[in-house]
Design a protein around this ligand. Structure first.
Ligand code: ADP
Length: 591
């Protein structure tokens, strides 16, 4: 479980990491895209600013070149000591400075001596040795135009200088005309404009800017140095080929800002513009947020779906487990049932064996009951034989051979009768296990009657039995059916033993099914529904009396022939037992 939890946590973490990476990618792409129109506009603005500055400077440059060739200055160069000429030149320069709003215009000798100036009081700094050794002155001495950042005034005024040579008629540089441009004046026109723009000198110091608070800051590679403080590092970022700064340059300079740079070689400076990029960042943030939300929503949906699938899979596995358990239980139950079936079959076989033994026991019990009658039955002819034999002897002695022969015939008949009784008994005692076959019902009834004859005679029972004209056949076992008949006759005799009327009627009908009916005038059946139950008996228990097995065994035997046995009370008193047997099929009868 914990492993599964860890796995899911890892998947969520990976998904979040991928989402983060995608959000970052969307942010970067969208930021870059949003920056490009800003950059285009900013570059146009910057170009315009640079053009404006250079064109303004150009005016002063032209002024320097043109004025340098003025005759008044050339004359002064020839006679520098002339006060008159100096004053005339100074007037000329003042007039020109006033008209062009130049900060100052001065004329110097090639050695750097100040000959004339529009504003002599502020011109002193340019006549210093430092200036004489400066690049602008020396360049002018070579006959070219010198230009560069001039010295700042004591009040902080910044100047930009142009130095133009005046040529002597005989050749060579006779003097140098300096034009100092008032940078503050130039700035005034575009102060506060957007975007924030500045121009830095080759050392990185801001010399001109439309944000006056930035003047004299030095901007190096990732470091800002205010004029009166230590260096401050700032963050520079490259978004594609756009550079974005996060620099603390004051309230009026955008932060963060897109940085654009452009060289202004005409003035020997480099222009930088800072364009506010707030919109771009906001748009990029918004797009990234939307992408992030979509991805998170998708992830949540995906998570929900996989969770659901997982829960379903768990439920499924549980169900399958249950089904497997149930199947195992069922197959266990099935095995048990099979075992039970096998046991039952064994029990049935045992029952059959027991039944067969019971049948035999029943027969023996019947024999026991009949034994008294039988001994009488056998004794009687035996006594008669003895009498006939003794009489015969006397008759032979007396020479009455004919009469003696009569006696012998009687003896023979009696012996035959005894032989039949004994044969019947032997047949009765035999254990019969063959399947049912066609038997003659009249013959079987006669056999049963012969075996019970003595009993019926002893009890004084009247028998009504008409043997059929034609043999009635049915499917049965000869010995077993005889046993059933003996049982029914004996039961009838038992039931009539103490009664006033003792009539036993046996009928045989061939159709619709071969049927034997045994009815008596006895006590009737006490509990008709129980008579076929094993060990149900209303008689005294004992060898001579009932065991309660006779009818249940008879029932089993008739069933085994495919027949039916029923017992009921008759309307006029007494009981009637009916045996229906299967008829013999034609082909069997023909055999
Ligand atoms: P048993 O004769 O040993 O008692 P049976 O199974 O032959 O056993 O008979 C069961 C019982 O059915 C008898 O005890 C008796 O109560 C009843 N019965 C059978 N035949 C008759 C009959 N013909 N009349 C009245 N009752 C009978």
């Amino acid at each position: 479980m914990t492993r599964d939890l860890r796995r899911r946590a890892a998947i969520i973490a990976i998904y979040l990491a991928v989402t983060l990476a995608l959000v970052w990618g969307v942010h970067a792409a969208s930021y870059r895209q949003a920056l490009s129109p800003l950059r285009e506009r900013g570059e146009a603005d910057l170009a315009l600013t640079v053009d404006r500055l250079t064109s303004q400077m150009q005016r002063y440059q032209d002024l320097a070149v043109l004025m340098a060739a003025h005759p008044a200055l050339r004359n002064l160069a020839r006679q520098p000591a002339s006060t008159e000429l100096r004053e005339a030149a100074s007037d000329l320069l003042l007039n020109a400075a006033d008209r062009t709003t130049a900060l100052n215009i001065a004329y110097l000798s090639p050695t750097g001596e100040l000959l004339a100036a529009a504003r002599p009081e502020t011109a002193r700094t340019v006549a210093s040795p430092a200036f004489r050794n400066g690049a602008e002155f020396r360049r002018a001495l070579t006959g070219a135009l010198g230009w560069g950042i001039g010295p700042s005034g004591t009040d902080g005024t910044r100047s930009y200088l142009f130095a133009a040579p005046s040529y002597a008629p005989e050749g060579g540089v006779s003097g140098v005309l300096l034009v100092a441009v008032d940078v503050d004046l130039l700035e005034q026109a575009w102060r506060g404009d957007n975007p924030a723009v500045w121009f830095t000198d080759p050392r990185g110091r801001i010399f001109i800017s439309n944000r006056s608070e930035l003047l004299n800051w030095t901007i190096g590679d990732g470091v800002l140095t205010p004029p009166d403080g230590g260096p401050l590092p700032f963050e520079r970022r490259l978004i594609g080929d756009n550079e974005v700064w996060r620099a603390p340059l004051g309230n009026y300079v955008p932060d963060p800002a897109l940085v654009l740079m452009r060289d202004a070689p005409q003035v020997g400076m480099r222009a930088t513009a800072l364009v506010a990029e707030g919109g771009a960042a906001r748009i990029a943030m918004l797009q990234a947020a939307v992408a992030g939300l979509v991805l998170l929503a998708f992830g949540a949906l995906l998570f929900w779906a996989t969770e659901r699938r997982r829960v379903l899979a768990v439920a499924n596995a549980l169900l399958e487990n249950r089904v497997a358990e149930r199947t195992a239980e069922l197959s266990g139950a099935n095995n048990m049932l099979r075992r039970e079936v096998a046991e039952r079959q064994e029990a049935e076989a045992a029952l059959k064996r027991a039944q067969a033994e019971l049948v035999q026991a029943g027969k023996l019990s019947a024999l026991g009951q009949m034994s008294a009658g039988l001994s009488h039955e056998l004794n009687q002819p035996l006594m008669a034989i003895r009498q006939f034999a003794e009489n015969g002897t006397l008759l032979v002695e007396r020479g009455k051979v004919d009469q003696a022969a009569g006696n012998l015939t009687r003896i023979s008949e009696l012996a035959g009768r005894m032989g039949r009784i004994i044969r019947n008994l032997r047949a009765f005692a035999r254990q019969e296990s063959e399947p049912a076959r066609p038997v003659d019902l009249g013959q079987i009834v006669a056999t049963a009657l012969e075996m019970t004859e003595a009993r019926l005679a002893k009890d004084g029972i009247t028998l009504d039995w008409q043997p059929p004209q034609a043999p009635v056949q049915a499917m049965a076992g000869e010995v077993r059916l005889a046993q059933v008949m003996v049982n029914l006759i004996t039961n009838a005799a038992d039931a009539m033993a103490d009664g006033p009327r003792r009539d036993l009627t046996i009928t045989l009908t061939p159709s619709p099914r071969p049927t034997i009916r045994v009815s008596d005038t006895g006590t009737g059946i006490a509990q008709p529904e129980r008579i076929f139950d094993p060990f149900y008996s209303t008689k005294e228990v004992g060898a001579a009396k009932g065991m309660g097995l006779g009818l249940s065994i008879s029932y089993g035997m008739i069933q085994s022939f495919g027949g039916e046995i029923r017992g009921r009370n008759r309307k006029g008193g007494g009981a009637e037992f009916v045996i229906e047997l299967p008829a013999v099929r034609d082909e069997l009868a023909a055999e």
